[in-house]
Ligand binder design. Structure first.
Ligand SMILES: C[S@@+](CC[C@H](N)C(=O)[O-])C[C@H]1O[C@@H](n2cnc3c(N)ncnc32)[C@H](O)[C@@H]1O
Length: 288
């Protein structure tokens, strides 16, 4: 079999894109996805698989309502839909690809974002439609069976839009995921503020829409997975905002998260409810 590096050596690509491609081709998570054409849309799916494996966050018997924020192209939503049993059945045969095809698949993915229309897809009717998965991104998400996909900026009407799509105004989510990554400018102060703004907005949303634990009935609260980029403000956010209202909080860096990035996840288990939130309000400022 021809080793992949000969392909890179013969390409006319620039040094940095060759390095990027070489890194992609070495990456076991990129390879795992590219070798299985039928499965995940994004390498990031492996992060959520690992988080769920470790922290037991969702599954068919514990999750009826899940919300995925910053969901494009849809890898996490696929993982959730699979776990909740609403996705397409697996292909009977896994398509094994050659090394050359793997490189082609990686290159094709690097041209992501070419999908045509803004899509809003509704879940299929049928016996499984009591599971609700709502996925939002500012970019289009190709339709996924069993998932309601919406295109909207979370900070600009997206939170309200997702809330309006819940089965009833009182429906609470068992799981809220945010893999939202704000555009990084390279300016440390600006980027820290942008990351914190997303975390605050997602928590404000969760405070209203995540299921709270019920002591009398001895039921657990919902879980929140929140991506953050570590900086000087994240500790205060953790201590002041998250810690008082979740039973357990872990800071996680799945193996599939690149070691050189400062990306981490707060894995927050069993929401207690937040007394700082006034009923009927959706104002995040009251929390902060
Ligand atoms: C790392 S990607 C998410 C990958 C996704 N979890 C998956 O598995 O396919 C981060 C996403 O955050 C989205 N994003 C960034 N800012 C956003 C915002 N204000 N509202 C909604 N989505 C946003 C980006 O468009 C991007 O698709």
């Amino acid at each position: 079999m021809r080793p992949t590096f000969t392909l890179f050596a013969s390409s006319a690509k620039s040094g940095s894109s060759k390095q990027w491609l070489a890194r992609q081709a070495r990456d076991p998570f990129v390879k795992a996805r590219a070798q299985n054409a039928a499965r995940y849309r994004a390498r990031s799916a492996f992060k959520l698989l690992q988080l769920n494996d470790h922290y037991k966050l969702f599954g068919p018997n514990k999750t009826n309502v899940a919300i995925d924020l910053g969901a494009a192209p849809g890898g996490w939503s696929q993982v959730v839909a699979d776990a909740l049993g609403v996705s397409e059945p697996e292909e009977p045969e896994t398509i094994q690809r050659s090394n050359e095809d793997v490189v082609e698949a990686i290159l094709a993915e690097s041209a992501l974002g070419t999908w045509s229309e803004t899509q809003t897809s509704a879940p299929e009717e049928g016996t499984k439609n009591r599971k609700t998965i709502i996925s939002l991104d500012v970019l289009p998400i190709k339709p996924l069976r069993g998932v309601r996909t919406v295109r909207q900026d979370f900070l600009d009407g997206g939170a309200e839009l997702v809330a309006s799509l819940l089965p009833t105004p009182d429906t609470k989510a068992d799981l809220i995921l945010s893999d939202i990554a704000p555009n990084m400018s390279g300016n440390k102060t600006h980027d820290s503020a942008a990351g914190l703004e997303i975390c605050q907005a997602v928590y404000a949303f969760a405070a209203h829409h995540l299921k709270a634990a019920d002591r009398e009935r001895k039921t657990l609260g919902g879980h929140l997975v929140l991506k953050y980029f570590a900086n000087e403000s994240t500790k205060a956010f953790y201590l002041d905002v998250l810690k008082p209202v979740f039973h357990h909080i872990y800071t996680a860096k799945p193996d599939a998260s690149r070691a050189e990035s400062n990306e981490y996840y707060f894995v927050c288990k069993s929401f207690h409810g937040d007394k700082r939130i006034q009923v009927g309000s959706s104002n995040k400022d009251e929390l902060l």
